[in-house]
Design a binder for this molecule. Sequence first.
Ligand code: 4G0
Length: 224
Amino acid sequence: MKIDVLTLFPEMFDALNCSLMGRAKEKGLYELRCHNIRDYSADKHKKCDDTPFGGGAGMVMTPQPIHDCIRAVDGEHNALRIYMSPRGKRLNQQIVKDLSQCGDIVILCGHYEGVDQRVIDMDIDMELSVGDYVLSGGELPAMVLIDCVLRYVPNVLGNAESTVDESFSQPLLEYPHYTRPQEYCGMPVPEVLVSGNHQNISKWRREQSLAITRKNRPDLLENK
Ligand code: 4G0
């Protein structure tokens, strides 16, 4: 899979060189290319923003550098072009799985009050949001998207981390996990987990999942 990111702050994506995602890139399991939108500005001061028509607070990203950058990166429109925005469709695990199957992706990261609508109309296939809150830029949402999509790319996760029975693919939230030592700070691991009785363990985990879901995300239990 190839991912092209359009941003005013390409350095932010150095964060993806760490951990699992860093290893996946080293192994050549995906290719990430970050493009600085400012490099495409035809303005003599490389300006990329301007005041909004109609007035109001904040600045809007100017269409020319973005449109030229997208054409340079994906001129044939082979990729799915995504704009990260608080008004986008809310990302969920099903969208993540679908995106992992869809081929190459271009992600546009906005700043300020977002980008000129004409660029969205001309060049963007899909607007996505990572949640109902506003950030100073679309870069962190883009990194969230990249991380969760790459987890479904073959061989990115090891056996130990597989995606098969995770929260959000199932209807319930995760049960509590424990590892060694069996007692820590005076707190023992729940007896049932060291009992060796796998039927009881499954039952306990399901009960815990239900209790946690009821407490934190009762909406997931509605009409079930
Ligand atoms: C577009 C995405 C982009 C419009 C981007 C801000 C949160 C998300 C941006 C705005 C972002 C998200 C209207 C302020 C950049 N913040 N929830 N910030 N406005 O996915």
